[in-house]
Design a protein around this ligand. Structure first.
Ligand SMILES: Cc1cc2nc3c(=O)[nH]c(=O)nc-3n(C[C@H](O)[C@H](O)[C@H](O)COP(=O)(O)OP(=O)(O)OC[C@H]3O[C@@H](n4cnc5c(N)ncnc54)[C@H](O)[C@@H]3O)c2cc1C
Length: 499
């Protein structure tokens, strides 16, 4: 029997950050990952000379003193990651029905840039930036502060679309600007009916502060955290899918697919809560808790093209592109089958840069799980010829949309890898291949909230389902999880005082 103070299920960002904190605090830690490669959404894959990141394409607030930089200093990440600052005049290019708009870094610069294109909307822009700042200031951990503020709960019930819509009023200029300000809503799988305003604000605020690509890909985060955990005596074991967690005399017994048995005093589930409930011994669970978690809906999945390109044929872009086929930035997120794809996100990986050109490009669009449901009983490489046809037809539709802006792209392609919601489901263990896990609902925020502690003593959650998805959300979530064991004030002071 392998015995540990803490067993962590999954090796995504949240799990590894928890493993780092608890190893540093002297706990014996074992992280179990079902795949052969650790990192979850931080994994990259290689095709030929090109390396593609799958789930972390850019991060925000990494200038010294900014929030993510302050947290990641404790983890040694701020000091060691290779970063490339994205174009300060345009980190996100929003394309709506053929018109391009640039989101710039730094709040003043952001405002001036957009005011150049929307001179009559200066007042709206001022209100917008003030609202972002006011909202974020109500979430102390997002400002690297400890004190709690009651005002944050008021924001949690506010719907992003309603809030922005009201602020924009009926002025036609403001109406278009409102769509521009919603243009990167792929970042949070935006839905008019349910996206909470505070989620919108925390994400946009982080990137407007400063936006960065990881120059050697997101695996450098995984490698750094694992190196520390291992050096501190912890273990990160791959090809160890957890199949069952049961109670054993005030501890937990964990059984893997290969029938290895481990015992942990505490468990942290860094996997989707619905998947975690599937492996927990039923007697540990209250029926009401189970039905609440199982009734939660997930964010939409994605369809992706990972293209290798001929040398010196396609420009490297130091910004992301969010392309929408109409002026309605929210329509593409609904991903109705008839009009698919209504939008795409496009980026060129930093490590594919060759001077002015790129050797690779990644294009993602949203896709509902229903589109691939008929193959859900199949596994990678064995899904059959009709699945291959489906993938090719979708790739063709997406490429046709991309050609509207880049007519030359097809002639540049040397090879193409395709991902579907099933790829994501099998790759992150997330139900229905959901991109960001449980969908937070502005109309029912508390109901869609997952807390780090549970009614099972010693059993905790971490990862993107907890607090919020994305690098800052998952980082703060990991701190909330470890604070359940160490105490928030104690842990926060350690993080604040880190060199
Ligand atoms: C397409 C896409 C693009 C994104 N882009 C960005 C971005 O640009 N910037 C940003 O900040 N964020 C981005 N995100 C969000 C970010 O990647 C995630 O929020 C974050 O990485 C999730 O981390 P996690 O800790 O929840 O774990 P996950 O990454 O979900 O990892 C969970 C791990 O658990 C493992 N696992 C599951 N079940 C078991 C089991 N039974 N036993 C053992 N192991 C198991 C899985 O194999 C996986 O490795 C993106 C996400 C997606 C999907």
């Amino acid at each position: 029997m392998n015995r540990y103070d803490v067993i962590i299920i999954g090796s995504g960002l949240g799990s590894l950050l928890c493993g780092y904190i608890l190893s540093k605090e002297g706990f014996s830690v074992c992280i179990l990952e079902k795949h052969s490669v650790p990192g979850g959404c931080m994994q990259s894959f290689k095709r030929g000379e090109n390396s593609f990141d799958t789930g972390i394409h850019y991060i925000g607030s990494m200038l010294p003193g900014q929030t993510l930089h302050s947290y990641w200093k404790y983890f040694g990440l701020s000091q060691s990651l290779g970063l490339e600052r994205m174009n300060t005049d345009c980190f996100d290019l929003i394309s709506l029905d053929g018109m391009d708009f640039r989101l710039a870094q730094g709040f003043d610069h952001f405002t001036e840039n957009l005011a150049g294109q929307f001179p009559a909307s200066r007042e709206f822009l001022g209100q917008y930036v003030a609202a972002l700042k006011e909202t974020v200031s109500a979430f102390p951990l997002y400002n690297f502060q400890l004190t709690d503020k009651h005002t944050k709960t008021a924001w949690m019930g506010t719907n992003a679309w309603d809030f922005l819509n009201k602020m924009a009023g009926t002025d036609p200029g403001n109406r278009l600007l409102l769509e521009v300000l919603s243009g990167n809503n792929f970042l949070y799988a935006g839905r008019k009916v349910s996206t909470p305003w505070h989620q919108y604000a925390l994400i946009n605020h982080s990137f407007i502060n400063s936006a960065w690509r990881l120059s050697h890909g997101s695996t450098q985060i995984t490698d750094h955290l694992i190196a520390y955990i291992t050096a501190a005596g912890g273990r990160v074991l791959t090809k160890m899918e957890v199949k069952k967690i049961s109670s054993l005399k005030n501890k937990f017994q964990v059984e893997t697919a290969g029938h290895e048995m481990l015992v942990g005093s505490r468990i942290i589930a860094g996997i989707h809560p619905q998947s975690a409930l599937g492996i927990l011994e039923p007697s540990l669970l209250k029926r009401s808790f189970q039905s609440r978690i199982m009734s939660m809906e997930n964010t939409v999945s994605s369809f992706g093209l990972y293209l290798g390109l001929k040398p010196d044929s396609f420009p490297y872009m130091d910004h992301n592109l969010y392309y929408h086929s109409t002026r309605d930035a929210w329509a593409g997120q609904e991903c109705k089958a008839a009009g698919w794809p209504g939008m795409y996100f496009m980026y060129t990986p930093s490590c594919s840069r060759h001077g002015e050109f790129t050797s690779a490009v990644c294009i993602l669009s949203t896709m509902c799980y229903d589109e691939v449901k008929r193959w859900e009983g199949t596994s990678t490489g064995k899904r059959g010829p009709d699945y291959k046809t489906f993938k090719s037809e979708c790739a063709e539709k997406l490429l046709k949309l991309v050609e509207r802006k880049f007519p030359e792209i097809r002639s540049s392609i040397t090879d193409m890898e395709i991902s579907t919601p099933l790829t994501w489901r099998d790759y992150t263990g997330t139900p229905e291949g959901s991109m960001y896990g449980i969908r937070k609902e502005s109309g029912n925020y508390l109901k869609t909230m997952i807390l780090p502690h549970t009614k099972i003593p010693g059993f905790y959650f971490t990862g993107q389902n907890l607090n919020m998805h994305g690098a800052p959300g998952v980082t703060i979530g990991a701190i909330m999880t470890c604070a359940e064991i160490l105490g928030l004030e104690y842990l926060f002071n350690k993080i604040r005082d880190a060199e």
